[in-house]
Every structure is written in C-alpha cells, then in structure tokens.
Design a protein around this ligand. Structure first.
Ligand code: 5GP
Length: 115
C-alpha cells in the first residue's frame, strides 16, 4: 500500500489547518468536520492502524497523542463540557485513511451508539 495523504500533510506538501506540532506528533483540523471541534492527532512516524501499535516501542507516542488531545480540548474550550476521542480501526471500524489518527470531537452533544 502506498502512503496516505497524512504523510503529505506532515511534510507540508499539501495544506492543513495545523493546531499543534511537536517532534513526534501533528494535529490538524479535519477537512470534513463532524462537530464544531474536530481535530485529527497523528504520530509523525507512519503507523497504519491502532492494531499495528507495539506498546513497548510506541507507548511514548500514544502517551503524547493523549496529552495533546487533552491540551487541545482545553485550548478549544471543550474540556469542561466533554468531548469524544475515537480511533477507527480497519474497514468495519470505519477507518478510511490507513494512517493511525485519533479524532478529537467536541462542541456538541454526542450520541451512543455511534453509526
Ligand atoms: P477515518 O474514517 O479514517 O477514521 O477518518 C479519516 C478522517 O480524515 C476523516 O474524518 C476525513 O474527513 C479526514 N480527512 C481525509 N482527508 C483529509 C485531508 O486531506 N485533510 C484533512 N484535514 N482531513 C482529511
């Protein structure tokens, strides 16, 4: 499988509304937002799915990804009222872009179960 659009976003070859960047992690606004706040948080090294994670090797990345999610939730003022964090995994999980990403969604009431 070839690389995804997210690798091009990391290399700044295509534009994205970047809201956070560090050595290991990038966060940018989703192009097709499903909530008033919809941000994608990705590792800079390519990992295709949550099921490909090796915690011994990648644990630090997941820690940073969740730290960034909580920081951005505060920055975007959705921390108090609550928000949703989602990893879609594979086809049945609804994953369309095969590059690991955490969705941060907030600013509206979420429903359960998700579609
Ligand atoms: P998935 O369904 O794989 O969990 O989510 C992929 C997400 O990436 C979708 O919410 C989709 O709107 C978003 N997306 C796809 N292509 C682009 C793009 O080029 N730029 C940005 N900012 N988001 C994208």
């Amino acid at each position: 499988m070839g690389e995804t659009i997210f690798s091009k976003i990391i290399r700044k070859e295509i534009p994205a509304d970047i809201v956070f960047e560090s050595e290991n992690v990038l966060a940018f606004k989703d192009i097709n937002p499903q909530a008033p706040v919809h941000i994608l948080i990705i590792p800079k090294i390519e990992i295709r799915r949550i099921s490909d994670l090796d915690m011994k090797k990648h644990g630090y990345l997941l820690t940073e990804i969740f730290d960034v999610a909580n920081k951005l939730a505060k920055d975007f003022q959705i921390s108090e009222e609550g928000y949703r964090l989602v990893f879609n995994c594979g086809s049945n999980g609804g994953q369309e872009v095969e590059y690991l990403h955490l969705h941060l969604l907030g600013g509206r009431q979420m429903k359960w179960p998700p579609g």
